[in-house]
Design a binder for this molecule. Structure first.
Ligand code: GLN
Length: 610
């Protein structure tokens, strides 16, 4: 909001900040002497969205990150070494023990999880780098990439912890004796202490969490900080082990994967939505920031952020289902073929899908297809308006296709307009026919149906006499003859433009042989869009004869074509000399226009979901 005070998000953060500020119990951690020097009542909040907007409230002072570094360094180690290497030394099991307990998992002999000190010390040791200095450089640059700015180190806190950190050394010795650490214990523990002394603010913790919520991409800088596939592993240990012995109740009340630290920081992520950063040094009996926990709980309640809240039911991805007896391709066909299609093309079914395809929407499609009482020989999955196909949709669609094909159904797919549609559909069997739009798929299915019925879809090579042209069907012989006397023939070579958009109207065309296509230039997109193909026995250009205006489409010959043309002058002459024949022609044109209007109404009516 441009300089006009607080918007609803700032207001909400402010209210939550006020309310949580009333809590003044708890003690600042003092076991690292230098930590005791911090002002106990500072309190800052940050909320980062996945498009990089960051809201804050309260005081954003720098403080040492401490244990909040653990999930982020775990993410870096996973990125550098892979999950298998880490799993040899660190598990993912919550413990009932304190974070700094000198113990390994009794059954596996590994560190229980990367959120307790034992696991975190091994994790730091596994971050990529030839020596300790390179490893620390990787940690500092990595944490900075999560925060979206260059972070520094509080050397005083580091020294203070190094001098007093014997408990962590004890943990490290235990791990070295168990073969989990091979390095020099002191150097190893110092790497971990230095990681804990990195300086952040509540705003940084919000951006860091938002990076996890955003599949590893920092929403502020746009950098992919860690690969997408490490993110669920990190969020899992945060959810189960991130809040010490309060992890269960935290998940119950707040419902977010989170990590807290002894300096009073909390970083919490709502996957796909946002990141939260909280900082207030007074800790409760379990070692979590009193105000941080209170504020997170208030925010979670007001925003309904619990990650296990049942999410909105996914909207149907099945937009409509229609059959080709009701909605025909724009390919012009001789009457006999059209009649056959009218009678039989219900065997061609198009399922049009929209939006994100996930489990729910794909299950709906599967059910619609399998419960379809009318048999289908051809099914078209129109994915043109699909924006995403997730793993569940891939799995279900590919097995649906396989099952349909095994049942003798021919399956076609209209490709989605995704950045790489072909690689997006790599899971489809090669037998599936692929098309760029639904019309092309429909036309192909119609032709396949005609072939199966033994109908040769090739166009007649003889000239269709004027009396057999559809438009003049049913006209009295004398009227046809009067028109025949006034038409001229025009031969059009393959690929030639018969007329273009905006050209003056030069007459009504009856196709005697060959085939033309009409298309229009798209206003907002580059390129042209085909409207129809017009074969021998059909006509075009009647609109211009009626209203005298310029051409609204372009007509191109798809093969050598012969047309009979009735020019506007000849038509005028007919109206004066033979008004009865002219009236018959005008009625015929009206009938054909009203027929086209009705069938486009029928198209709309047919676009209903099953
Ligand atoms: N550096 C601290 C330690 O290992 C971090 C602990 C914490 O924040 N829980 O003792």
């Amino acid at each position: 909001m441009a300089g006009t005070g607080a918007g609803p998000i700032e207001q909400l953060l402010e209210e939550v900040w006020q309310e949580a500020s009333l809590r003044d119990e708890g003690e600042v951690a003092t076991y690292i002497p230098e930590l005791a020097r911090i002002e106990p009542d500072v309190f800052g909040l940050g909320l980062a969205t996945l498009d990089g907007q960051v809201y804050t409230a309260g005081t954003l002072v720098p403080f040492t990150i401490q244990s909040v570094s653990k999930p982020y360094v775990y993410a870096l180690a996973l990125a550098d070494r892979g999950s298998a290497a880490l799993e040899e030394r660190v598990g993912s099991e919550p413990t009932g023990d304190p974070f700094n307990s000198i113990a390994l998992d009794a059954v596996t002999g590994r560190a229980s999880n990367p959120m307790v000190n034992a696991g975190a010390i091994v994790t730091s040791a596994m971050v990529g780098g030839a020596d300790r200095a390179e490893q620390f450089d990787r940690i500092l640059t990595g944490l900075s990439a999560f925060a979206g700015r260059d972070l520094g180190v509080d050397e005083a806190v580091f020294d203070s912890e190094r001098v007093t950190g014997d408990r962590n050394r004890a943990i490290a010795y235990l791990m070295r004796s168990a073969g989990l650490l091979d390095a020099d214990v002191d150097a190893q523990v110092e790497l971990y202490f230095r990681q804990c002394a990195v300086l952040v603010t509540a705003r940084d913790l919000a951006v860091m969490a938002a990076t996890l919520a955003n599949a590893g991409v920092n929403p502020v800088t746009g950098d992919q900080v860690v690969p997408r596939d490490v993110v669920p592993l990190v969020l899992t240990v945060m959810a189960t082990c991130g809040m010490y012995d309060y992890a269960g109740e935290w998940l119950y009340r707040v419902g977010l994967p989170a990590k807290s630290g002894v300096s009073g920081g909390v970083s919490a992520a709502l996957p796909g939505q946002l990141g939260l950063g909280l900082h207030s040094p007074r800790l409760d009996a379990r070692g979590n920031s009193v105000r941080g926990v209170a504020a997170a709980q208030l925010l979670s309640e007001r925003l309904g952020m619990h990650m296990l809240l049942p999410s909105e039911r996914q909207r149907s991805g099945l937009r409509r289902t229609y059959r080709a007896d009701a909605v025909r391709s724009r390919r012009g066909r001789p009457r006999a073929h059209r009649e056959l299609l009218d009678a039989e093309a219900s065997a061609i079914v198009v399922h049009e899908l929209v939006g994100d395809e996930g489990f729910a929407s794909t299950e709906l499609l599967v059910r619609a297809v399998l419960s379809d009482a009318q048999p289908a020989r051809w099914r078209v999955l129109d994915l043109r308006r699909v924006t995403r196909i997730d793993t569940a949709a891939e799995t279900l669609l590919s097995s649906l296709v396989a099952q349909l094909e095994a049942d003798g159904v021919s399956v076609s797919v209209v490709e989605p307009r995704l950045p790489q549609p072909r690689s997006a559909l790599r899971w489809l069997p090669g037998t599936v026919h692929r098309f760029l739009d639904a019309d092309a798929a429909l036309e192909w299915c119609e032709t396949a149906l005609l072939h199966e019925r033994g109908v040769d879809d090739d166009l007649p090579s003889d000239l269709v006499p004027l009396r057999q042209v559809d438009l003049l069907d049913g006209l009295p012989e004398w009227a046809v003859q009067a028109i025949e006397e006034r038409v001229t023939s025009r031969v059009i070579t393959d690929g030639a433009v018969v007329f273009d958009e905006g050209d003056p109207a030069d007459g009504l065309y009856f196709v005697a042989a060959g085939q033309v296509a009409s298309d229009v230039r798209m206003k907002n997109l580059s390129g042209r869009r085909r409207l129809s193909t017009i074969a021998a026995g059909s006509s075009f250009g009647e609109l211009a004869l009626v209203d005298g205006s310029t051409r609204s489409t372009r007509i191109v010959a798809l093969e050598p074509t012969i047309c009979y043309v009735l020019s506007p002058e000849s038509f005028d002459e007919l109206r004066h000399r033979d008004p009865a024949s002219a009236a018959e022609l005008v009625m015929a044109i009206s009938r054909s226009l009203s027929h086209r209007l009705r069938s486009s109404t029928a198209d709309v009516a047919a676009f209903e979901d099953l």
